[in-house]
Design a protein around this ligand. Structure first.
Ligand SMILES: C[S@@+](CC[C@H](N)C(=O)[O-])C[C@H]1O[C@@H](n2cnc3c(N)ncnc32)[C@H](O)[C@@H]1O
Length: 215
């Protein structure tokens, strides 16, 4: 049996991006990992630690939440357990299938969708939108469209949580993308379409931005 390749994401993303496809490599990576041939580097088997802290202070009380880049389902399940009515979406069908299989009793609605072309009925529809380290996994050319789409998902009175690798804490000389880190100004630029920046700081000793926006 072969050993899973820990850096398969590098070759797959390079080939996909050379083809002008910013997201095709995600499903290829999940599929290769299912066959035991690759490692999905962001798979933790548990919810994102900073979101665990946030969720403990923000019970959902039945309100609607949307998790962007739901991967294998850990973050949607965390929010569901905190009382949110959760939709999780991912551009990779294999990830969506795996999340459903991992949590067969789940009330989370797992959906295949692309942040760059979200379903029209999601516009201004969610009381909470969570974007953690997904947009940074697409090249910067796609960022303005992704941020506009993201801002458009938040309902009136709703909250958007965003966390991305902070450019200010990276060594640009040695950094290998993906991901493509975010500057503080780019995080601030999410305040569009009526969205207001509520809070912007860092977590992990400055390594990641952590921002909340409200409409
Ligand atoms: C780097 S992983 C991060 C996963 C998770 N949010 C986390 O923090 O561990 C990026 C995830 O977003 C998904 N993704 C990438 N581009 C996307 C897009 N345009 N729309 C929806 N999902 C996307 C990928 O398939 C992958 O599961």
């Amino acid at each position: 049996m072969s050993t899973p390749d820990p850096i398969a994401d590098r070759a797959l993303s390079r080939a996909s991006l050379a083809d002008g496809n910013p997201t095709g490599w995600f499903d290829q990576l999940y599929t290769a990992a299912e066959r035991g041939e690759a490692v999905v580097p962001w798979t933790r088997g548990k919810p994102q630690a900073d979101l665990v802290t946030w969720a403990a202070e923000h019970p959902g009380e039945g309100r609607r939440a949307l998790v962007v880049g739901s991967a294998l389902g850990d973050d949607p399940e965390l929010l569901s357990a905190a009382g949110w009515a959760v939709t999780g979406f991912d551009v990779a069908p294999t990830a969506v299938k795996a999340a459903r299989a991992r949590f067969p009793e789940s009330t989370v609605d797992y959906v295949v969708a692309d942040l760059l072309k979200p379903p029209g009925e999601w516009h201004h529809a969610f009381d909470l939108v969570v974007e953690i380290m997904n947009i940074q996994a697409m090249p910067c050319d796609f960022r303005p469209a992704a941020l506009t789409s993201l801002a458009g998902l938040v309902a009136p009175g709703g909250t958007l949580v965003v966390s991305e690798v902070a450019e200010e804490s990276t060594d640009v000389e040695t950094w290998v993308s993906p991901p493509w880190p975010f500057s503080r100004a780019e995080i601030e630029s999410i305040a569009q379409d009526g969205l207001r920046l509520a809070d912007l700081g860092t977590v992990r000793d400055g390594a990641r931005h952590w921002a909340t926006f409200t409409r």
